[in-house]
Design a protein around this ligand. Structure first.
Ligand code: NDP
Length: 403
């Protein structure tokens, strides 16, 4: 039976490992490799029924990664560390002939602009090597891409408008915490908003566009337009899309803290000199704030993530909404996690199953919408992420033109 190697032992990895460990028939041995060995060891101890081998690894170092791959000979590397490690891990997998997946697109540490061009450049090499790379298989990106692919196959002849909506209506009772890695989260939110319209990428100042959106089970929340990487691949793979946008809700408390951090320079990503030592303010801030992997216990409330679509079917205008709603309490009960990390951590475990069993084994480098969506969406509910599709859904966005 194949061995897999998980890289990273944070909020998302702890959910993926929880799910992989429940399938000893498919994953009898899991190598868990991350920067901090103690975190790997602690997580491995949670699942004594499965052989989880903790290892220390700096995944920025390709030679170190290759040595570890050589030592354990996994068939798949699941990159659940940070986007900065994407390219070094893809290089190592290519050299070792091992399949690869991740949950976030590469961004250079010095430039908070994530784009797929760096990883798409590996397509031919992976094809020639006969190995599979799946990019962005969390929830958003990930399941949201599969929702669009599924809607394109089953509900529409053409999709024209796409709005991805993401709402965390939960409360952890703390003044401020991010639900996944703080540095990556704040880099994403504080950069300019971007969306696609008629083939162009439109750029607007950070958090300058918002709309009230009605989320199922939650009600109306203010959602802000931000850029998210799946927009880039979705407009490429579904060229009939005229406009594609991504919306995320933030509480007043979250925005108040964020603005204060920005105003005093704590979200800066460049090093400043502090008494002769270089200090990167955003990394310092991360050290002060709660670890997203430890937020689960007191978190309560809903998370809702979905895609709202408008297009045509058999000559008639049609709308559709595909979404998942889950509660933080359910995620905690299942895997000791909060729901945001849970939505991101369950899909990579399913993708690992689909790669090792062959349904998603396809040499090359793929975004999720390029793979058949049905196998993922069929396994999602039993894995803890139920989803629904509503046709002719009354779209919230007042600015979607009529067909
Ligand atoms: P965490 O910060 O909680 O965990 C990251 C882990 O990676 C930590 O264990 C960290 O080690 C480890 N790590 C960092 N650098 C290295 C390195 N050089 N070598 C080896 N290990 C390293 O982050 P999250 O779990 O919240 O997020 C993980 C990824 O998931 C991120 O890329 C994030 O963007 C993505 N994500 C995707 C979502 C989706 O839906 N697609 C949603 C949410 C997150 P240490 O413990 O020492 O810090």
């Amino acid at each position: 039976m194949p061995k897999v190697m998980v890289v990273g032992a944070g909020a998302v990895a702890q959910v993926t490992v929880c799910k992989l460990a429940r399938r000893p028939d498919l994953f009898p041995e899991i190598v868990l490799a991350s920067r901090t060995f103690a975190k790997c060891q602690k997580l491995a101890e949670r699942y004594p029924q499965t052989r989880i081998i903790p290892e220390e690894l700096n995944a920025d170092d390709k030679a170190q990664t290759l040595n570890l791959i050589e030592k354990h000979r996994p068939v798949l590397v699941l990159n659940l560390a940070l986007p900065y490690q994407d390219l070094s891990l893809m290089d190592a997998c290519l050299e070792a002939g091992v399949d690869y997946l991740d949950t976030a697109s590469y961004e250079p540490p010095e430039l908070p602009l994530y784009e797929y061009k760096y990883q798409w450049a590996y397509k031919e090499k992976y094809e020639k090597a006969g190995i599979t790379a799946i990019l962005g298989i969390g929830f958003d990106p990930g399941v949201t891409n599969a929702f669009v692919a599924y809607a394109a196959r089953h509900f529409f002849d053409e999709i024209h408008y796409l709005d991805i909506i993401d709402c965390n209506a939960g409360d952890h009772g703390l003044p401020f915490a991010t639900n996944f890695n703080l540095e990556i989260n704040l880099r994403e939110i504080t950069q300019n908003g971007r969306y696609y319209e008629n083939g162009k990428l439109i750029e607007v100042p950070p958090l300058s566009i918002s709309q009230d959106v009605r989320f199922p089970e939650i009600g109306v929340r203010k959602a802000y337009l931000i850029f998210h990487e799946e927009l880039e691949s979705l407009v490429k793979n579904f060229p009939t899309i005229r406009r594609a946008r991504f919306w995320m809700t933030f509480s007043e408390k979250y925005l108040m803290h964020l603005k204060a951090f920005m105003n005093v320079g704590l979200t800066r990503i460049d090093a400043i000199d502090y008494e002769g030592h270089p200090v990167v303010p955003i990394k310092f801030l991360q050290k002060l704030l709660p670890d997203p992997a430890a937020l689960g216990a007191n978190y309560k409330g809903w998370v809702s993530i979905g895609v709202q679509l408008r297009g045509v079917y058999q000559g008639q205008p049609r709308t559709a909404f595909l979404y998942t709603n889950i509660r933080h309490e359910w995620a905690y009960q299942d895997c000791g996690s909060q729901a945001v990390a849970y939505t991101a951590g369950v899909p990579p475990a399913i993708a690992a199953e689909l790669i090792v069993t062959g349904a998603w084994k396809k040499p090359g480098v793929w975004n999720v919408e390029e793979l058949p969506p049905e196998p993922l969406l069929e396994l999602l509910p039993a894995a803890g992420l139920p989803w629904k599709a509503v046709i002719d859904y009354p779209l919230d966005f007042i600015d979607i033109p009529q067909e």
